[in-house]
Design a protein around this ligand. Sequence first.
Ligand code: TYD
Length: 130
Amino acid sequence: MNLVSLKKLGDVRGALIAVEQNSDIDFDIKRVYYMYNTEPGVRRGFHAHKKLRQLAIPVSGKCTFLLDDGHTKESITLDNPELGLLIEPMVWHEMYDYSKDCVLVVLASDHYDEDDYIRDYETFKRLILK
Ligand code: TYD
């Protein structure tokens, strides 16, 4: 599991975390997006990326990731804003069990590009086995 430990800079006033390119993450951040107010029971994702690299940080609440590299499936619950999950290319991922207060921030290595998505699981498996 590719977890990145993020340094907490808080003091008595509360917590603060800064994520910096080239120290905390080894890719250029070209896009930031976040998911929040996810409805109960929703499962989303269901894709892999051809080239995109991402770091997902649960800044509030929790959610669970299923990660599948085509050989092994693992699941992990993200519930700590001090730990980010690296989602590398060619990893099928699904997200579920979002808590009501979940805010999931994702730092991405590139702009949104639908051509970088593999949204069909059988296609993903075929590409992995190539
Ligand atoms: P979608 O890929 O379905 O989200 P998920 O895979 O996490 O379930 O994205 C929902 C919509 O938002 C879809 O129409 C694509 C669009 N979108 C963007 O325009 N830019 C982005 O950076 C992302 C992540 C999604």
